[in-house]
Design a protein around this ligand. Structure first.
Ligand code: ATP
Length: 823
């Protein structure tokens, strides 16, 4: 198959990762890969004078490849490798060199002007991960919207012999893709009638295979939880809000922050949740009061009255009131200044939201989705619909492209018809949940909305184990929720030791205001388990009158919950509902695919590796062995490897043997032998700290130094605790808020069932001590006793790890089996 990829519509971070992944996955499956520059416009323009250019290119490539091959053969003989011939061919054949200077007219004697459809090889997409935007260009093409334009586009594809197309863009681009595929038979007839294609071409190109990926910062597409670029845009917004927060606090100011989102309020909503905003305006749910000014002022006035020094209001670009009159940031500012007398400033984030280096998720997800896209194309038949590759919770899924586009369009229609309930329904359950959550934690409620006294709880909140990004956000959410419901949130400082030392106090709505973006653990955390003095812990539970417990932490948190549940046999004080939110950078809690902090640490790893790679590429032929934390769980190493394009990844699950090392050295030697002369690259090896007791990071580095000879040298870097610290990512903060609210609802539900029973007669069922888990496409509370069956208690990790495939995939995408000739 000959597959072409284009990026279209507004650019978004992660588009380059899509192109990289598709090019590599396609080559591995034996396809010829092309990129189309400048979106649909490039498809319409095609390759002017392509015939001569093609001839010239083939000659040049042939000459170059004879030379290169001779050199390769000698080196490969020395290394002792016989790489796969297809890969070797693809290594040399690409014209990607042309892409490097963008639209430069002359590169290496060949003209790029007039050539929009470019064959790419294996190494042409190297290093694309860390770059924002799209390196192959994007455009909005009016010509492609006309039948003439699409006919020309079809002709250009056929001339190049391309029979499959991948489109990465927003709903407009994907609509264009679907129109193109549906019209394809008619376009062919037109071309045949005008004698522009031969009978043979007509027969050979009877069907065009198309697959879409959603590249859009707005996260506005239905049937997928996350679009490519949205996590990065959210990161940019939250960085700005975090910065504004400090100055707002200093001057006791109000800030109105305008974010992108013409039809979709996802960015504004999530920024509101993750940034701890006071009020948001989104298109799908305008304020319900007749006067939004009154509604907003009442809310903010309450916040100021209880002592809040800063005010953050987020306005989505497409915000409007319930009669669809636009709400502009300047007007919001005027209202806050005039009615509340607040010193108010407007910050419009504009295009900064689009730019910058992609976040870890915008490298990992596009990579996984790109591989799925190639599979979808290879499996496609004339009868299958065009698919869009989406994401449902943690699962890459194929959904019918047109259905997704139609549903997305219907949100805008519902908003225009002022049917906001329908608009929210169409956005999906998670969006609705986030909005309800935002209101629950951002608003200050008076007594009237609180629960009746008998339903209120005293909730103990405790952090366990090592700090992880999102612990404070989860605590803030729980405290705010408690304040709304009338519960009493009790902070247990410094874990179970702190409890035994009576280091307990009540938290307040205002006291936790600034916790959303704080790293580390505000409560203090350590690894001591309740077993240090189970009886003492029980008596403290009783002394503080705890009605429920929220544990936030890693494997220790899970183990602590297990001990408390088992302790119920002896201590009635433990017969209360207890919930655990996994929060650990190691992501080693069984049965959950993501724990709080794992996204933050992946981003810390990506940032560090980007910097290291830059230094490595400055000295060209250097391998960096990067050591990560993670205990006996290889999650960060494996997913981090996928996010930075590591050449090798070592995890405790797979371990390291002499055979592995021998093979890996040969792989690196092969790879460096095949780098074009004078153009060697820096490469990254990631090693989890507990991968082997013998083959340490230092030992592997020295071994690579020795074995690399004249081909490469090696250095090491240990990331250590940098992975635990830092400001939590918006994804971790938003996830913290979501999981925390679900846990609070769980505690309330079980408390309701138990509260009417006398202390001594209370018998909490095992399912009332549970861990909140993210499993493929759902969030579940799993009883801790059930979790034990899935836990490897010795190695402190789950028995099954969902991410082991990530390591294999990374090995595939660096071509390890093919370069070694062992696939
Ligand atoms: P963003 O979310 O950033 O706006 P988008 O993909 O929705 O991205 P659009 O400008 O709507 O951006 O569409 C991009 C391109 O897709 C258009 O310039 C046009 O070439 C093509 N396109 C959009 N709609 C159609 C259509 N109905 N028929 C054919 N082509 C279309």
């Amino acid at each position: 198959m000959k597959i072409a990829i284009l990026t279209s519509g507004g650019d978004s971070a992660g588009m380059n990762a899509v192109v990289r992944s598709i090019v590599k996955a396609g080559i591995l499956k034996g396809c010829e890969m092309y990129v189309v520059r400048e979106g649909y416009e490039g498809l319409v323009q095609g390759n002017v004078g392509a015939a001569e250019a093609e001839g010239e290119r083939v000659n040049e490539t042939a000459e170059a490849s004879v030379e290169a091959q001779a050199r390769d053969d000698t080196l490969l003989q020395q290394v002792g490798s016989r790489p796969d011939q297809n890969l070797l061919h693809n290594l040399r054949f690409g014209d990607g060199e042309l892409l490097k200077d963008g639209t430069t007219e002359f590169v290496g004697g060949r003209t790029l002007k007039g050539r929009y459809i470019v064959r790419v090889g294996w190494d042409d997409v190297r290093g694309w991960f860390s770059q924002g935007g799209t390196l192959i260009g994007t455009a909005r093409s009016m010509t492609f919207k006309t039948i003439e334009g699409r006919t020309a586009a079809a002709h250009n594809l056929i001339k190049e012999g391309i029979n499959a197309l991948v489109v990465c863009g927003g709903d407009g681009s994907l609509t264009g893709a679907d129109v193109f595929r549906r019209e394809w038979p008619d376009l062919l007839k037109r071309l045949q009638k005008e004698s522009l294609i031969s009978e043979e071409q007509y027969a050979k190109h009877a069907h065009l295979k198309i697959v879409g990926l959603v590249g859009s910062i707005d996260n506005d597409m239905c049937l997928t939880d996350l679009t490519i670029g949205a996590p990065t845009a959210l990161q940019r917004i939250c960085e700005a809000i975090d910065n504004v927060n400090t100055t707002a606090y200093s001057h006791s100011r109000a800030f109105v922050i305008e974010v992108m989102g013409r039809d979709c309020g996802w960015l504004a909503l999530m920024a509101g949740v993750a940034g701890g905003a006071d009020f948001i305006f989104i298109p799908e749910r305008p304020p319900t009061a007749d006067s939004w000014e009154d509604e907003m002022c009442a809310q903010i006035h309450k916040h100021r009255e209880i002592g809040k020094r800063k005010t953050i209001v987020i306005v989505a670009e497409g915000a409007h009131d319930k009669n669809l009159n636009p709400i502009h940031s300047d007007h919001v500012k005027k209202v806050l200044s005039e009615r509340l007398g607040l010193d108010t400033r407007v910050t419009t984030l504009g295009h900064t939201q689009r730019g910058g280096r992609p976040a870890a998720l915008d490298r990992i997800l596009p990579t996984l989705q790109g591989v799925e896209a190639v599979d979808a194309l290879l499996e496609s038949t004339p009868d299958t619909p065009s698919y869009m590759i989406g994401l449902h919770e943690n699962k890459v899924v194929r959904v019918p492209l047109m259905e997704a586009v139609a549903l997305t369009r219907s949100v805008a229609t519902a908003v225009k018809a002022k049917d906001f309930d329908k608009a929210l329904d169409l956005r999906g359950a998670e969006f609705k949940e986030a909005l309800e959550g935002f209101h629950a934690i951002s608003e200050y409620h008076d007594e009237s909305v609180k629960l009746p006294k008998e339903k209120r709880m005293r909730v103990g909140i405790i952090h366990m184990g090592a700090p992880a990004g999102g612990m404070n956000a989860a605590t803030r959410t729980a405290v705010r929720y408690c304040a709304r419901q009338g519960h009493v949130p009790l902070a247990i400082h410094n874990g179970f030791r702190g409890l035994l030392d009576d280091n307990v106090d009540e938290l307040s709505w205002l006291g936790v205001d600034a916790w959303m973006n704080r790293g580390g653990s505000e409560l203090g955390t350590n690894r001591a388990l309740p077993s240090i003095d189970l009886g003492g812990v029980a008596s403290k539970f009783q002394a503080y009158g705890l009605d429920s417990l929220l544990l936030i932490g890693g494997f220790e948190g899970f183990t602590a919950l297990l001990q408390l549940e088992e302790g119920r046999k002896h201590y009635p004080a433990f017969h209360i509902p207890m919930a655990h939110i996994p929060a650990t950078i190691s992501n080693n809690v069984p049965m959950t695919e993501y724990s709080l902090g794992s996204d933050t640490s992946l981003n810390a790893l990506v940032d560090a590796c980007d910097a290291i790679k830059q230094s490595a590429s400055a000295s060209r032929n250097r391998v960096f062995v990067v050591e990560t934390q993670g205990g006996k769980c290889g999650f960060i190493a494996a997913l981090g490897g996928l996010a930075v394009g590591a050449s090798l990844v070592y995890t405790p699950e797979d371990g390291i043997t002499l055979d592995t090392l021998r093979r890996d050295v040969r792989f690196l030697k092969t790879r460096y032998s095949l780098d074009p002369a004078g153009k060697a690259e820096g490469r990254i090896v990631i090693r989890n700290e507990a991968s082997s007791k013998v083959y340490t990071t230092d030992m592997i580095t020295k071994m690579l130094q020795e074995e690399g000879g004249s081909l490469f040298d090696a250095r090491s870097a240990s990331l250590g605790h940098t992975l635990q610290g830092g400001i939590p990512t918006p994804m971790d903060r938003a996830r913290a808020a979501r999981l925390s609210l679900k846990c609070m609802a769980f505690l309330e539900q079980h408390h309701d069932k138990l509260s009417h029973l006398k202390f001594k007669n209370r018998h909490a069922p095992p399912e009332s001590a549970a861990v909140i888990t993210v499993q493929t496409s759902s969030v579940n509370m799993v009883p801790v006793q059930e979790m034990v069956q899935h836990a490897d208690m010795v190695n402190r990790r789950g028995k099954v790890a969902w991410w082991t495939g990530a390591k294999d995939l990374e090995e595939q995408l660096v071509g390890k089996p093919q370069f070694l000739g062992i696939h």
